[in-house]
Design a protein around this ligand. Sequence first.
Ligand SMILES: Cc1cc2nc3c(=O)[nH]c(=O)nc-3n(C[C@H](O)[C@H](O)[C@H](O)COP(=O)(O)OP(=O)(O)OC[C@H]3O[C@@H](n4cnc5c(N)ncnc54)[C@H](O)[C@@H]3O)c2cc1C
Length: 381
Amino acid sequence: MESCDFLIIGAGIAGASVAFELAPHGRVIVLEREAVPGHHSTGRSAAVLTQNYGNSIIRRLTLATRPFLEHPPDGFTEYPLTAPRQMLWIAREDQKAGLEATLGEAQRLVPTIRAVEPAEAYTLCSALRSGYAAYAILEPHALDLDVHAIHQGFLRGLRNRGGTVVTNAEVVRFQQTDASWEVHTPDQQYAAAVVVNAAGAWCDVIGQLAGARPVGLVPKRRTAFTCHGPAGVSPEELAAWPVIIDSDEEFYFKPESGGILASPADETPMEPCDVFPDDYDVAVAIDRIQKATTLSIAHINRRWAGLRSFVPDKTPVVGMDSECAGFFWLAGQGGYGIQTSSAMGRTAASLIVNQHLPQDLTDMGLTPEDLAPIRVQAERD
Ligand SMILES: Cc1cc2nc3c(=O)[nH]c(=O)nc-3n(C[C@H](O)[C@H](O)[C@H](O)COP(=O)(O)OP(=O)(O)OC[C@H]3O[C@@H](n4cnc5c(N)ncnc54)[C@H](O)[C@@H]3O)c2cc1C
């Protein structure tokens, strides 16, 4: 039996960020079922940070993460974690009123977000089809993220702080004793006072193994693919295009490594699994993008899908279980787990160690109750 203070289940971005933050406070072990951390959602994202996305709690968690990603601590990374990227929401005439209505909320937290005339939208992305967009909103200071560098930075930082990541270690059973948890993998047993459930799409599976009430997590498949950039557009011009996103999130695309990354922004509910893309979703994205732009997508270079896991209020679940002492939830990162990673890791560690939120999040008006698991847990039968 190996003992530690904090045992974390899952080495995606959620598990890695909380492990990094907990390591100065005690011995941390992270158990990851796969051979390589990042195999699931964390390795499959679109790698964008936008402050005009999600509900007001997500927006504050994103604001509180941005400074860390732009100015990580010494030794965290050899490479920049972010790069400038604009983001442009476009609306057809029939979507215009809906997008206009979102501007006020967007500007409340980020005053630089502004409406742009369709003519300006075309100068930002020359592939937009003339007459398609009736209204647009520009976020000038969104960011591209280097997800691999962020994830590896947390994991390397954890190891430098004395923590351990064990791969090929699927948690299959829990046993609670008076003062601690015994956690079983097929090869080893671990004991810890605190278990952190950061198992992504499997958080409710892990919760139920531990005897906790489920939080109602629904994993939803999202598809993405890459293709060549358009003929006649220079690499420099393409690289400067914003992320173009439909105002009702029916598709998005952005420049990526000299080509284009695109998605139909699908949200198909699934059981937790190693998810694969469906050709139909790729075809839907191509159809929608070709209607909105002059892009002609004839060949897909790479396609993939990942799970974005939500509880009903689309707010993450971060907090100690009210019935299972020492069982801590870090779940429901949805489509925002990378751009909220630092705030989520700091919040989880602070709640575990001090029972309160980090000061920057308190100053933004967040309370532990906003994130607490009990708000979404089902009643016992
Ligand atoms: C197509 C797509 C685009 C996205 N774009 C963005 C974006 O632009 N910006 C952004 O911020 N977010 C984006 N996201 C969302 C983001 O990827 C997720 O919110 C985030 O990766 C979730 O991280 P996680 O650590 O919770 O889950 P995961 O990365 O899935 O990690 C959970 C880990 O737990 C492990 N595990 C599960 N069960 C067990 C067990 N029994 N024992 C041991 N280990 C276990 C799994 O193997 C897995 O590695 C996107 C997602 C998708 C799919």
